[in-house]
Design a protein around this ligand. Structure first.
Ligand SMILES: Cc1cc2nc3c(=O)[nH]c(=O)nc-3n(C[C@H](O)[C@H](O)[C@H](O)COP(=O)(O)O)c2cc1C
Length: 502
């Protein structure tokens, strides 16, 4: 399918992506000293809000005022266009790629899957390609001292507990697997608090792939090997951040995005294969029962998290390139980098949602509502009660809506991504006593301090659709609209009298 032919070069590593961005004027080198404590966050936030370029801080300052040993790269995916580029696509190809992802989720073998593979043959080839196991790897050019304090790790916000690794790609596999079984690996992005030279905390939330693997090792009473790739290539970073189906390996999938299979190398001190082209690799072990209180840290909600215990990783080796770059980001009240990534993922997820709930026209997770706490969905409404069915389907069928506190359902003539349109639908098509459902004691993440009990919260569904059939006994309003001929006449008239005014 022509539209899916990759128009971008293969980004085998982070630096290839940076060079490409720089050639397009989308990378800013910052020669001034910038402190890793708080000041760098301010620059990142300001750049992101302006839709600004990737930042490369060449003189990052450690907390003690000394200059960091390596540059810090930030705001990598600060615009939707860069997220799309990291996926190997132009922005307008995202919906079609979402359809391919939807077909991957269908239980095989079904027609949809076969059809998808016939339309995207090169993607199929990529999915079936085994990773390449390298004998030498850029990420192992230098074996460094096992000292995390040598890395330019940001302390992003004033109330943060300490330095926080913010863009780690955490590589794990389950207990009953072997190192060569790459298809069983999980890659996830879980922030990591640095506790000391050779200890950090892995904050994988309980429902994440890394946490599921940790439970298998803990049940066996065995220490778990873990590797953390810092400064991975864009395809690996985004595969790790994407909620892929359990059956699809992030490593293999990164090959689809990259347009070239993954290069892996055996880690030096743990039985894992790791991304060979990353900038820095941290290797180590998580021992059952070894936990430490994590945080507080500023999070994507715009608040500091409560302190919670998470597993400790003991570092056994640090390797890196000869001239490594340290990749960082910050999470804060949206917009932040993860919320920009979330906007693009919203469009990728839409075909998956439509496959489950066909009447869904569009679905928007407003970034301002932390990318998942509010959903607005437009539907082709055909029968009474349908809006409620859609709400319950979203909450009941799709895990990613477990923490969505509010679902607003609107008709297909409403732009579900436009607050003015949503407000008009709420103001004119919704009765608070009739059109609201409230559920009690449903799952919620511990980050939501507004929930009365940790992990349990209410949900609200608002039906702002036109009421039909038994939903109302009254005559419904008729939407006013002008004849398109008259509108065209008006546009022409104004264009003649007011040239230059759109
Ligand atoms: C910058 C960034 C930071 C993240 N931090 C965390 C985190 O601290 N803990 C967590 O569980 N998920 C975090 N996530 C979300 C997960 O990485 C993401 O949901 C991913 O799909 C999880 O993969 P998994 O389903 O294989 O576990 C973060 C994502 C990004 C992009």
């Amino acid at each position: 399918m022509e539209a899916m032919i990759r128009s971008l070069p293969v980004f085998a590593d982070l630096r290839a992506f940076l060079a490409w961005a720089e050639s397009k004027g989308d990378l800013l080198r910052v020669p001034e000293p910038v402190s890793l404590r708080h000041a760098m966050t301010a620059v990142q936030v300001a750049a992101l809000r302006r839709g600004g370029p990737i930042l490369r801080f060449d003189a990052a300052l450690q907390a003690d005022g000394t200059r960091a040993a390596m540059p810090v790269v930030a705001n990598l995916f600060g615009t939707p266009d860069r997220v799309a580029a990291g996926l190997g696509l132009a922005r307008d190809q995202i919906p079609e790629f979402g359809e391919f992802l939807a077909s991957l989720r269908s239980p095989a073998p079904i027609e949809g899957m076969r059809d998808a593979f016939s339309r995207w043959p090169m993607l199929r080839a990529a999915l079936l390609t085994r990773p390449h196991i390298a004998r030498r790897a850029p990420v192992q050019q230098v074996t460094a001292a096992t000292d995390l304090t040598q890395l330019p790790v940001q302390t992003p916000w004033p109330g943060d507990a300490g330095p926080l690794i913010t863009w780690p790609v955490v590589v794990t596999r389950p207990f009953d697997s072997e190192a060569r079984q790459v298809a069983r690996y999980n890659l996830g992005v879980y922030r990591a608090q640095v506790l000391g030279p050779d200890r950090l905390i892995l904050r994988w939330l309980a429902h994440r792939g890394g946490a599921a693997h940790a439970r298998t090792w803990a049940r066996a009473g065995e220490p778990m090997p873990v590797a953390i790739a810092l400064g991975a290539d864009p395809a690996t970073l985004l595969s790790a951040a994407l909620p892929l189906p359990e059956t699809v390996s992030e490593i293999t999938f990164s090959g689809v995005l990259r347009g070239a299979r993954a290069d892996l190398v055996p880690a030096r001190t743990v039985p894992l294969l790791v991304p060979a082209n990353a900038e820095i690799m941290l290797e180590g072990w998580v021992h059952p029962e070894d936990t430490a209180p994590e945080g507080p840290f500023g999070d994507h909600t715009g608040y500091y998290n409560a302190v919670e215990s998470f597993p400790v990783m003991r570092i056994s080796a640090i390797t890196h390139r000869r001239d490594p770059l340290y990749l960082s980001t910050i999470t804060g009240r949206p917009p932040d980098e993860p919320s920009v990534i979330g906007e693009v993922f919203n469009d990728l997820a839409l075909p998956v949602i439509r496959a489950q709930i066909p009447e869904v026209r569009d679905l928007w997770l407003p970034p301002a509502a932390c990318s998942y706490r509010i959903a607005v969905v437009s539907i082709d409404k055909r029968y009474p009660g349908q809006a409620r069915r859609v709400m319950l389907a979203l909450w009941g069928m799709l895990a990613q809506f477990s923490y969505t506190k509010m679902v607003i359902v609107v008709d297909a003539d409403i732009d579900a991504r436009n607050w003015d349109d949503i407000a008009w639908a709420l103001a004119t098509r919704m009765d608070p006593a009739r059109d609201v459902i409230v559920l009690d004691s449903t799952p919620m993440d511990y980050l939501d301090f507004a929930s009365p009990r940790e992990g349990l919260a209410g949900k609200i569904g608002i039906d702002a659709t036109t009421k039909i059939g038994a939903e109302t006994t009254r005559d419904w309003g008729q939407v006013m609209a002008l004849d398109p001929k008259d509108e065209a006449f008006a546009a022409d008239l104004l264009a003649r009298h007011l040239p230059g005014v759109q």
